[in-house]
Structures are given as structure tokens and as C-alpha cells.
Design a binder for this molecule. Structure first.
Ligand SMILES: Nc1ncnc2c1ncn2[C@@H]1O[C@H](COP(=O)(O)OP(=O)(O)OP(=O)(O)O)[C@@H](O)[C@H]1O
Length: 347
């Protein structure tokens, strides 16, 4: 495994007598895109500010490219860290053109090199035709791309993005997060995003850290967060799903209303103990030929799919994503079967 470009080791940050981040540890390899995901107030922005150098840390260590930039031995000021930032409100300069904004941090280059760099980046973000426009004349998505180009221009070692899409509508958000990912990947840029929006996190990041109350609950790939959440908070925060009561019938094996099988234990379960097994909507398939039946109690149209809420004979409900040409009425009984790699259960 390659050495990490960014490494946080048991970082603690606070304001006054309040500790806002505790024991924060994670690492990003060169070229990797990470994301801190969590509800409002969990400390995501504080983590970014500590990495950028706007907050001092109370304990732990932050390393960038092997250098200790924050720790017991000192604190590098922001300008020495070589970190680029994209802010939620873009923070563009209204009195400068698009080209002026992108070239703003390139004072060390001569005029020709600066113009070439600006032109290159405007090409990358698809705004070459707008070089001489003022930024207030641009759409939100275009302003966002100017902010990205401006942050990338000085060739930072690391790029931090603080809720960069939150001012955009949902559709644009999804398209732009994919575009931004492509741009960062093409440049081999290491980046850390913070957001409360899991779709953004999934679209952009290679690795995601779910935060709660100033602590990292899990640092993992999106698939693992969704299908192998480390605890109940992560299971609830990421994606949709239902929990069904289950009984441990042998070590590592449990039985519940829809079947039985081995489970990934997040908590040791003694035989006889009751746990809650997690079922995602894509674990529960609609199958006309299945003997197992459930009643449609709710349905939500999602274009290509329906999200059905289905009542089992016990009265417990599960969610099921079904291609939308299977249009069943509320109250109807439909066949279901489970398709699941492994069960996961919590106490
Ligand atoms: N300058 C400050 N002084 C005192 N407390 C602060 C300061 N900045 C943030 N906090 C507190 O620290 C906690 C974490 O805030 P932070 O902004 O890092 O959270 P966040 O996850 O980014 O939330 P949001 O998504 O709402 O911005 C909050 O309780 C907040 O009130």
C-alpha cells in the first residue's frame, strides 16, 4: 500500500471548553477522494478547518505528504500547507472576471505562464467561452466550476471541498458531482469533501467517513457503509432499510421471519438472544413465483422503480425496490424473496 498523502491521527479540536472533534483518525492515499459525511453540527467543517490550518488542534497529529503540519511540535499556517479550498458559497471575487478569479492565486507566475494556466483550467471546467464574463452573470453550477478552477490553479497538494454543491438543485448536484470527480481523477488530485448528503458522497468519494457527535463511526467504501455498517447509527444514516427481530440460534447464525443464516456480528450474540437484522430495499426482491408473500402497504414512484413498503405476516414491514413496470396496488399480496450476500445484525 502506498504511503498516505493525508493522515489524521487521533485529532482533537475544541472551542472554549467544548470539545468538537474527538479521536479523529483516517488517511487518504495520493489521488484518493475522501468524504466526511454526517448530520449538521457533527464537526465536519471543523475537521476541514483544522486540516486547512484555520483551527489549531488540541491533541493528535495531522500529516501531509509526510510532513507533520499540526501536532504537539507546531502548527503550520494555512499558506504554508499548499492546500486548496472550495467553499459552499464559492467566495468568488465579484469585481474580477472569470479569468481574473482563476488566476488570482498565481501571482508568482509571469504573465504568460499565468495566462496559459488560466486557459488550461477554464478548458478543464468547460468555461473557456466565459473567460471575460463577470461571475454574477454565471449560473450557480458555472460559479461552482470557477471556484473549482481557482482552487486547482496553484496546483495544491490537497483539495478540500466544504458542501460545494449545497446551493445547487438536486439534478445539477448529481451531474456536477460526477463531473467534479472526473476532473479530480484526471488530475490525480487528492481531495476531501464534507457534506450531509449521502448521494453526493457516493457520487464523488472513494472512501467515506460517517461522523456523529464529533467522532468517526466508520471510514470505508460506500458499498461497505451501505451493506456492512459498523453500527446502528451508520445503518440508519446511510441509505434506507428496515430492521426485523431475529434470534441467535447458534454462534454466528440467526433465524428471523424471512429465513435463517450466518450473520456478520457487530456484537457477540449468545444463542437465544434477540438481535435486529438489517434489510436494505435491494435485499428484498419481488418474485411472482415465490411462496413467500407480503402485502403492499405503501408505494413511492421513483421513475425506474417503485419503493414498496411491504407488511409481512407478523405485521413487521420491509422495504423493496421493484422495477416500475411491476405496478401493484396497495393491499395486494405479492411474492418476495431475499437476495443478500450476508446478514448483518445489531443488538
Ligand atoms: N467558532 C466556533 N465557536 C464555538 N463553537 C463552534 C464554532 N464553530 C463551530 N462550533 C460548534 O462546533 C460544532 C461542530 O460545528 P461544525 O460547523 O464543524 O459542524 P458541521 O458538521 O460542519 O455542521 P454544518 O453541516 O451545520 O456546518 C457545532 O456544535 C458548532 O456549534
Amino acid at each position: 500500500m502506498s504511503a498516505s498523502l493525508l493522515n489524521l491521527d487521533q485529532v482533537e479540536v475544541g472551542y472554549g471548553d467544548k470539545t468538537v472533534l474527538r479521536d479523529l483518525s483516517f488517511a487518504l492515499a495520493p489521488g484518493e477522494i475522501g468524504c466526511l459525511l454526517g448530520p449538521s453540527g457533527c464537526g465536519k467543517t471543523t475537521a476541514l478547518r483544522a486540516i486547512a490550518g484555520f483551527e489549531t488542534i488540541r491533541a493528535g497529529r495531522i500529516r501531509l505528504n509526510g510532513d507533520v503540519i499540526a501536532g504537539a511540535d507546531g502548527h503550520w499556517p494555512p499558506q504554508r500547507r499548499g492546500i486548496g479550498m472550495v467553499f459552499q458559497d464559492y467566495a468568488l471575487f465579484p469585481h474580477l472576471t472569470v479569468a481574473g478569479n482563476v488566476g488570482f492565486g498565481l501571482g508568482a507566475l509571469d504573465k504568460g505562464a499565468r495566462a496559459a494556466k488560466v486557459a488550461e483550467l477554464l478548458e478543464v471546467v468547460g468555461l473557456a467561452a466565459h473567460a471575460n464574463d463577470y461571475t454574477h452573470a454565471l449560473s450557480g453550477g458555472q460559479q461552482q466550476r470557477v471556484a473549482l478552477a481557482r482552487a486547482l490553479a496553484p496546483e495544491p497538494r490537497l483539495l478540500l471541498l466544504d458542501e460545494p454543491f449545497s446551493n445547487l438543485d438536486v439534478e445539477l448536484r448529481e451531474r456536477l458531482s460526477q463531473e467534479v470527480r472526473d476532473i479530480l481523477k484526471a488530475r490525480g488530485m487528492t481531495a476531501l469533501l464534507v457534506t450531509h448528503d449521502q448521494h453526493e458522497a457516493f457520487a464523488l468519494a472513494d472512501r467515506i467517513g460517517v461522523m456523529d457527535g464529533g467522532q468517526l463511526r466508520q471510514w470505508d467504501r460506500a458499498y461497505a457503509l451501505y451493506h456492512e455498517p459498523a453500527d446502528r447509527f451508520v445503518a440508519d444514516f446511510v441509505g434506507e432499510g428496515a430492521f426485523l427481530p431475529a434470534t441467535v440460534i447458534a454462534p454466528g447464525e440467526l433465524s428471523f421471519e424471512l429465513g435463517q443464516g450466518p450473520y456478520l456480528a457487530t456484537q457477540e450474540g449468545r444463542p437465544g438472544q434477540t438481535l435486529q437484522v438489517l434489510l436494505r430495499p435491494d435485499d428484498v426482491l419481488h418474485d411472482d413465483h415465490s411462496a413467500l408473500q407480503a402485502r403492499v402497504v405503501k408505494k413511492a414512484f421513483r421513475g425506474a422503480q417503485f419503493l414498496y413498503t411491504l407488511a409481512l405476516p407478523s405485521g413487521a414491514t420491509v422495504l423493496s425496490l421493484v422495477p416500475s413496470h411491476h405496478d401493484h396496488a396497495i393491499g395486494e399480496l405479492i411474492g418476495i424473496r431475499l437476495e443478500i450476500d450476508h446478514l448483518i445484525a445489531f443488538s
